[in-house]
Ligand binder design. Structure first.
Ligand code: NAD
Length: 303
């Protein structure tokens, strides 16, 4: 039996839930948990009413932490989001307290599945989950730059009028302001990106990828559909044992932190992170990004 528990039924949690309903995910039960129980109850009812027209019927209900016992995946989307003008890292202390209370509760259960984290600042919240849960790192995954990589592919596709599915490129590093595109590793069809795009195009596209969340938050107050679909893709990689490559936030032992690089995902969570060959300039950008993550990590762990 596959059971997914969503903790935090706000914009992100419910977009993920709705993506699973529409896709007809390979799950039997979807459990919703939120401090605002009434909201979760409303969401469960609303989603259940979509089941008659969904490709697969599964049970959606409001639960409590005892429902985590036999869960396959717990996805944490709880906590504060960015207000206009706030960076992701501004949320660190508020969301640490939220995670502490959530993971303390889960630790009292027999949960032995996979943690999937969406809350920002993403790489730090994933590290916090790893530390507080005591789980092996392959079973704690952050959404990383899956969303940002989707934005990259969309923008290149728009520019060139090519299906984003035929664009193979990733955003790597922090899910935040220091993330970047290793352009040497972007393939459009079977050709390198510089056959199609000028340096100026690349700079503009990358700037738009990094600034997307700010632009959307300024316009509508939050982002949710892109991350909902990204979480669905990660969930499918786990539930269908796909060995898919995605830029989730995965643990790196050498640096003792989580960050996004292309990573193979299957039913055990992270199978392996792939170390890509980077240009000298990109190596420097990755170091800068890791330094940012480490500096933020110390705000919580080196007090
Ligand atoms: P939201 O405010 O709409 O929802 C958060 C939910 O968490 C609320 O329903 C709230 O009641 C609940 N909550 C708070 N404390 C809780 C607790 N202790 N236990 C259970 N539930 C609790 O926020 P949102 O827009 O859904 O964003 C959620 C998080 O996702 C934010 O940190 C946001 O920055 C992040 N986010 C991440 C990505 C990504 O790419 N990873 C993309 C978009 C947003």
């Amino acid at each position: 039996m596959n059971k997914v528990v969503i903790i935090g039924c706000g914009n992100v949690g419910m977009s993920y839930a709705y993506s699973m309903v529409i896709h007809g995910s390979n799950i039997d039960e979807l459990v919703l948990i939120d401090v605002n129980k009434e909201k979760a109850e409303g969401e469960a009812l609303d989603l259940s009413h979509a089941m008659s027209y969904a490709p697969k019927n599964f049970k959606v209900y409001v639960g409590d932490y005892s429902d985590c016992n036999n869960a396959t995946i717990i996805c944490i989307c709880a906590g504060k989001g960015q207000n206009p003008g706030e960076t992701r890292t501004d949320l660190i202390h508020k969301n640490y307290e939220v995670f502490k209370s959530i993971i303390d509760n889960i630790n009292k259960t027999n949960f032995n599945g996979i943690y999937l984290v969406a809350t920002n600042p993403l790489d730090i919240m994933t590290y916090i989950t790893y530390k507080l849960s005591g789980f092996s790192p392959n079973k704690v995954i952050g959404s990383g730059t899956t969303l940002d990589s989707a934005r990259l592919r969309y923008l290149i596709g728009e520019k060139l009028d090519i299906n984003p599915k035929n664009i193979h490129g990733f955003v790597i590093g922090e899910h935040g302001d220091t993330e970047f595109v290793p352009w040497n590793n972007v393939l459009i069809g079977l050709d390198k990106a510089d056959k199609f795009l000028t340096k100026k195009d690349m700079i503009e596209i990358e700037k738009e990828v990094v600034g997307s969340a700010y632009e959307i938050i300024n316009k509508k107050g939050n982002t949710c559909y892109g991350i909902g679909m990204s979480l669905l893709k990660i969930t499918n990689a786990i539930l269908y044992n796909q060995n898919s490559i995605m830029t989730v936030s995965a643990y790196n032992k050498e640096h003792d932190c989580y960050f996004a690089i292309p990573t193979i995902l299957n039913k055990n969570g992270v199978k392996k992170s792939l170390f890509i060959t980077l240009s000298q300039e990109d190596e420097e950008r990755l170091t800068k990004s890791l330094n940012e993550i480490k500096a933020n990590k110390s705000k919580i762990f080196d007090k």
